[in-house]
Every structure is written in C-alpha cells, then in structure tokens.
Design a protein around this ligand. Structure first.
Ligand SMILES: [Zn+2]
Length: 383
C-alpha cells in the first residue's frame, strides 16, 4: 500500500517497530539509525538466514547477503528463510532469502548476491557497509572477512555453530591498521577497539580436525542463540549503544547447559597479530589460505590447504572415511582415501568423487567450478 501523504507514510514506516522503539536505548532516533544502516551478511546458511530474518524485521534498512549455494532439503531443519518450494525449484539461497525477506519487510532493501565470497570480490562487497555479520562455515573465509573488516575499519561480528555448541564475539578493528577510511556509521575510539579474529584464533584448525555441520550435525537451537547474540551486537552498534556491546567471547553448549563468557581483552596485547597489528592482509591479498585449481580436462578441482601457520597434522584417513560414510562410499589405503558422494552430483548427474591425501590435499572430481569444490571441502572435510 502506498500513501501519498508523506507525514502519514513516516508514521506508518515506524509503526511496525513500535515495540522496539519502546526500548529506551533505541527509541525513535535509534530506529531511524537502523533504517539508514547497511548490514552485510556473508553466508546464507542457518546463521545467515536467522540473522537476516531478525535484522530485516528489526528494520535494518539495507541488507546484503552473499551465498553461492542452492537450497537443499537438509537445510530446511534450521535455515529459516527457505521452504520446500525453494528445494524443488533449486533456487539459489541468496535469491530465496531475498524473496522471503521482501515478503517479511518490504521497507528493507535486500541485495542477494549468488557468489562465492573470496579475495577477488571481498572489498567490493564491503563498500558502503556499516557492519559485517559472519554466517560462514569455514575458517579460511572467516580470516578473509577479518582481513577486509580490519583493513576497512568495519565492525565484524564473528559467529560459528556446530553440533550443539556455538561461539560469538565482536571485532571492532583497532584504528592503527585501518588502511581505508571507515565509512561505517558506527564510530569507536582506539580504547574501545577489540582484538581481531586472528588475535583470538591465530591459526585455523588443520583440515579435518574440526567437526562440520555436514559430518557432526547441528542443532538449530544452538545456531539460534549465536545468531541472536550476533544480531543484538549489531543492533547495539547501529543504534549507537557502544557501551552496551558484549566485549567478551560467548561460548555455549545448549545440550550440556554450559555457557561461558571469556575475557579476550588481552588477546591483542600479547600477540603480534599479522592482521590488526602488522596490517598484513594475507588472506585478502590471496597469499594465505589454500590453493584451489582446476585440473584441466579432468572435470576436477584440486584443493591444497594453506601454508599459513603450522603444517597440518597428518589426517587420519580411516577416521575420515568413517566420518564420511553417511554421505557415500569411501575407502582408504596408506596413501589416500577415495570415494563417491551419494548426495553430491556433477552437472551430468554422476556422483562427485573425492580423493583425499594425508596432508589435507583433495581432488574433487565432477566439477570444474572452484566455488563448488571449495564448498564441498568446507562441508565434509572442514578447514
Ligand atoms: Zn588481530
């Protein structure tokens, strides 16, 4: 419905946020700030959809969502913006999210980018953004996100969930290393800055060492708590309530009823962080992280884990084969593990094949698309 009378339109615009405006720290001015804000959500999985749903309802005026995958049946257990029609029509997640959000709040502008977030496009996606929210499933892309956030002086809300556990904390990059003039409407002083992701987690876990949602499972309720914490942080930042943000690391296990808040304020002082102390954005410049290359003529992609940090421990191939057994048929010998996925198909409908070596190198056969291969690696092997 469109009103011609602008005064009526303004009242109408804010009416839907009435219960949020009642909160003393938000009020009408806070709500107007939210409506002028732009949040970038990287990853349109469980975290990303819960975050996008909450921020669209809260009236964050512009949302950008980057995700390269299409909606699958196994996503529906927790990825709140998708439905069975999206699965049947194989709609890309970024597109499906955009369509659903438009029906939830037509005041909000949503940009859905069907793309693989990478060093090639990261700086383009943060242009004009006020806050970045992490909906990712792998550490390598998170380090890239951390690099671009620190370089551009943008608040970055880290979140991760797997199994029944989750973690979240806020990165307010230190101005020392900011190469670009931060254009975020969120302003903070050097004293209010926080350690970055690499201060807190200097190195990614070695390939295969950490569980992924596709191998260990994930409870939607665990994701929901983390997504809610990320959204609360973003809303506090965007409404100018910097004194209210949580500066510690939240760690939860909803199954074991454990909740911890860890003081991470000293993480930067004690560490010569390559990212936020030395300003060496190795992930953004493509010098760190794994190499992903197409094997020409073989319809296959090779993924080599990054040289960053210590050499990965040698993978236990038998344990990997057992871990992947629900997803296909996998066997190993002393040199490699090999098998076919039952649920990953190539363009011509053949099962995608995986060959995995003890150093974490993988050959994924059945695709020549680097993003598809990276996504399969992140889902089943994890890094
Ligand atoms: Zn740092």
């Amino acid at each position: 419905m469109r009103y011609t009378e602008s005064a009526v339109r303004i009242v109408d615009e804010l009416q839907r946020y009435h219960r949020q405006i009642l909160l003393p720290d938000i009020g009408e001015s806070g709500q107007r700030r939210l409506l002028q804000s732009h949040a970038l959500i990287v990853g349109g999985g469980a975290l990303g959809t819960m975050i996008a749903d909450a921020l669209a309802r809260a009236g964050v005026g512009t949302l950008s969502i980057v995700d390269r995958d299409t909606v699958e049946l196994t996503n529906l257990q927790r990825q709140v913006l998708y439905d069975e029609d999206d699965v049947a029509q194989m709609i890309p997640k970024a597109e499906a999210a955009k369509n659903k959000l438009a029906r939830i709040n037509s005041q909000v502008v949503v940009h859905g980018h069907v793309d693989d977030f990478s060093a090639r496009n990261a700086e383009r996606y943060v242009e004009g953004v006020d806050v970045i929210l992490d909906g990712l499933d792998n550490f390598e892309t998170r380090y890239l996100l951390n690099d671009v956030a620190v370089k551009h002086g943008l608040p970055y809300v880290y979140g991760g969930a797997v199994g029944t556990t989750g973690m979240s904390f806020l990165v307010l990059p230190h101005p020392q290393c900011r190469a670009e003039t931060g254009r975020s409407l969120v302003r903070w002083s050097a004293a209010q800055s926080t350690p970055c992701l690499r201060c807190v987690f200097p190195e990614a876990p070695p390939p295969g060492a950490s569980p992924t949602c596709d191998t260990a499972g994930v409870l939607g309720a665990a994701v929901a708590i983390i997504a809610a914490h990320q959204c609360a942080q973003a809303i506090k930042l965007l409404t100018g309530n910097l004194d209210k943000v949580d500066r510690s690391l939240l760690s939860i296990d909803v199954w074991l009823n454990q909740q911890r808040t860890l003081d991470i304020s000293g993480a930067r002082d004690s560490d010569d962080c390559p990212c936020c102390v030395r300003g060496d954005w190795a992930y953004l410049q493509g010098r760190a992280g794994g190499a992903v290359t197409t094997l020409c003529g073989r319809d296959a992609v090779q993924i080599t884990p990054g040289p960053d940090g210590s050499q990965p421990k040698r993978l236990d191939l038998a344990a990997m084969a057992a871990k992947l057994s629900p997803h296909g048929s996998f066997t190993q010998n002393a040199y490699l593990m090999h098998g076919r996925f039952s649920n990953e198909r190539s363009a011509n409908g053949e099962p995608v094949e995986l060959t995995l070596f003890p150093d974490g190198r993988a050959i994924i056969k059945g695709t020549d698309d680097l993003g598809t291969a990276r996504s399969i690696y992140a889902k089943y092997i994890g890094a």
